[in-house]
Design a protein around this ligand. Sequence first.
Ligand code: CMP
Length: 139
Amino acid sequence: AIEQTLSIIKPDAVKKQIIGEIQTRIHQAKLDIIAIKMVKLTKEQAEGFYAEHQDKPFFANLVNFMMSGPIVVQVLQGENGVERYRQLMGPTDLSKAAAGTLRADFANSMRENAVHGSDSLASAEREIAYFFVDSEIFQ
Ligand code: CMP
């Protein structure tokens, strides 16, 4: 089925000016960018976005990292989009990421891992609504 997923180009990747390179990979993977904005998260916004991780030991550092600079949030659309974008990113643990994946090629560390993608269709719905209203999404 055609699915939408939320993609974030994180502060580390924005600082490196590789937004375009990441979007080229997204295009080559036949995923369409149907919504996009650059934002700088407040602490409250970063904490709310990652609420499911609030009890994890890495939560505070994750929130600080995500508000350390602007990010690009985008909605991607394509066949089996949630899973296909996750495959393009590679796993969170970049030591396990295959060459050619976004994280193998662009991540600095487990935390500063260049990109985020929704982990399920239900997460995608919540995460897209966290950043976009319907009139900002162009199918
Ligand atoms: P993301 O896919 O955005 O979802 C949660 C984020 O937490 C993850 O990418 C990383 O940025 C970060 N993260 C996950 N696991 C760890 C970890 N073990 N140590 C530090 N950061 C982590």
